[in-house]
Design a protein around this ligand. Structure first.
Ligand code: SF4
Ligand code: SF4
Length: 424
């Protein structure tokens, strides 16, 4: 089996320097700087791994200001996976430099434990309701934290109530189910958007899908994004062990980042003799919600929604999973919706997980470009299918004062199914 270095060498050698990737790189589009494009980043990494002229520690910016969106790969004739290469470079850098205590706390203590994460979100809520949060902002205290302090304003408020309990209350037995699904909640839904999670369950029920909500942990993508593959593997094993006790036909999530990374467990655990086969079985069941609903035959008994809608493709849906048609098929199936395609719909919005927390200004520039394209559509509703994109786009709409609702596909479906009931 080739070593990581050998594999990396092979991938880096694929680049023929044609430059076609420049057209698909959101960072290059806003900077115009060669080293921020895939061609530039690949050239720099060749200097480290092939020519040994540079040290990896010299390349922190090229390694960490890539969105790993894979927009470049869509344009690259030999199919260089720059996002993948960057992930590997981060992994190598972590080996050389070690991780910070914050990363250890987050990836090894918090994310594997939904209960701890929930307690942390309650603390955030406390800071909100006591006014501490507002005070920290007004006094400029948050700005002292640099990019993370600026990006903090993008994090939505934690709603009142016990999110996870509310979600579990939405789970019901349904008559004559056609399918069963284990809902992979992810970290965001129970802490920030329990109402949307309840809507997801209602939408699945309307499609004859009986839903369970197992206590899955984080998918592992945030840890992998920082190069901590060991934490990501531990989370993968934990989730696979939970799934192995279930009898669900599918593991479904409306979060494109989660579905994309869950499908990657097969690669992540390929060298683990004990888990490789189990990972294969697990991965075979993972479905993004739009993929799943179209596969099983979408229930189109819906009421009318008078909306002009455009869609932003999350990178983890369009570029990683190649799912582009299904969300559009669903949106166009809703009666009354006028669908309008946006220019550069599949170009990253600048969210990329926690990218803004380290690269706030670049993230904002990418977002401005995206919101310019949104505005040109004249849509009154912007839809996407990933919590990170929704958070970023909602922030962009607010900053530019666009009169537009920013929603997930499940929000619209839920509304359309509720309207159908009103019609009866
Ligand atoms: S992964 Fe995205 S940000 Fe990184 S080089 Fe490719 S297109 Fe640019
Ligand atoms: S398109 Fe692909 S092969 Fe061409 S320069 Fe970019 S990364 Fe290299």
């Amino acid at each position: 089996m080739p070593t990581m270095a050998e594999e990396l060498e092979k991938t880096l050698q694929l680049c023929n320097k044609c430059g076609l990737c420049l057209a698909g790189c959101p960072i290059y589009k806003v900077t115009g700087i060669e080293w921020t494009s895939a061609r530039g980043r690949v050239a720099l990494l060749r200097s480290v791994f092939l020519d040994e002229r540079l040290k990896l520690t010299d390349l922190k910016d090229p390694i960490f200001n890539c969105l790993t969106c894979n927009g470049c790969t869509e344009h690259c004739p030999p199919g260089v996976q720059t996002g993948d290469i960057i992930f590997r470079a981060r992994q190598e850098l972590l080996k050389q430099k070690g991780d910070s205590w914050i990363q250890r706390l987050l990836f090894q203590k918090m994310l594997p434990n939904p209960e701890r994460l929930h307690k942390a979100s309650r603390l955030l809520r406390l800071a909100d309701v006591t006014g501490l949060h507002t005070l920290a902002r007004k006094t400029g205290l948050t700005r002292l934290a640099g990019d993370a302090g600026k990006a903090e304003a993008m994090v939505p408020r934690v709603p009142a109530g016990e999110g996870l309990e509310a979600i579990k209350r939405a789970v019901k037995k349904i008559d004559k189910p056609g399918y069963s699904a284990a809902y992979f909640l992810g970290c965001y839904a129970p802490n920030f958007a329990p109402e949307r999670a309840a809507a997801t369950i209602r939408v699945l029920n309307k499609n004859r899908v009986e839903v369970t909500v197992p206590d899955f942990a984080c998918c592992g993508l945030p840890a992998a994004g920082y190069g901590d593959m060991e934490s990501a593997r531990d989370l993968a094993r934990k989730n696979i062990a939970i799934a192995s006790k279930l009898k669900a036909d599918a593991i479904v999530t409306p979060c494109a980042s989660c579905s994309s990374f869950l499908k990657d467990y097969i690669k992540l655990l390929a060298d683990d003799a004990e888990w490789a086969e189990k990972a294969k079985e697990f991965t075979g069941k993972v479905k993004d919600i739009s993929e799943f609903l179209v596969d099983i035959g979408l229930n189109t008994e819906m009421g009318e929604l008078k909306r002009k809608v455009t869609f932003h493709d999350p990178c983890h849906l369009a570029h990683y999973q190649k799912i582009k048609d299904q969300p559009r098929t669903i949106l166009k199936s809703i009666p009354g919706i006028e669908f309008v395609e946006m220019n550069e719909a599949d170009m990253c919005c600048g969210a990329a997980g926690s990218y803004a927390f380290k690269n706030y200004d670049l993230s904002q520039k990418v977002l401005e470009r995206k919101m310019g394209n949104v505005a040109k559509t004249g849509a009154d509703t912007l839809v996407s299918s990933c919590p990170a994109c929704i958070m970023q786009l909602a922030c962009g709409a607010g900053q530019q004062k666009l009169p537009i609702s920013v929603l997930e596909i499940v929000d619209l479906l839920d509304e359309a199914y509720q309207n159908a009931r009103g019609k009866d």
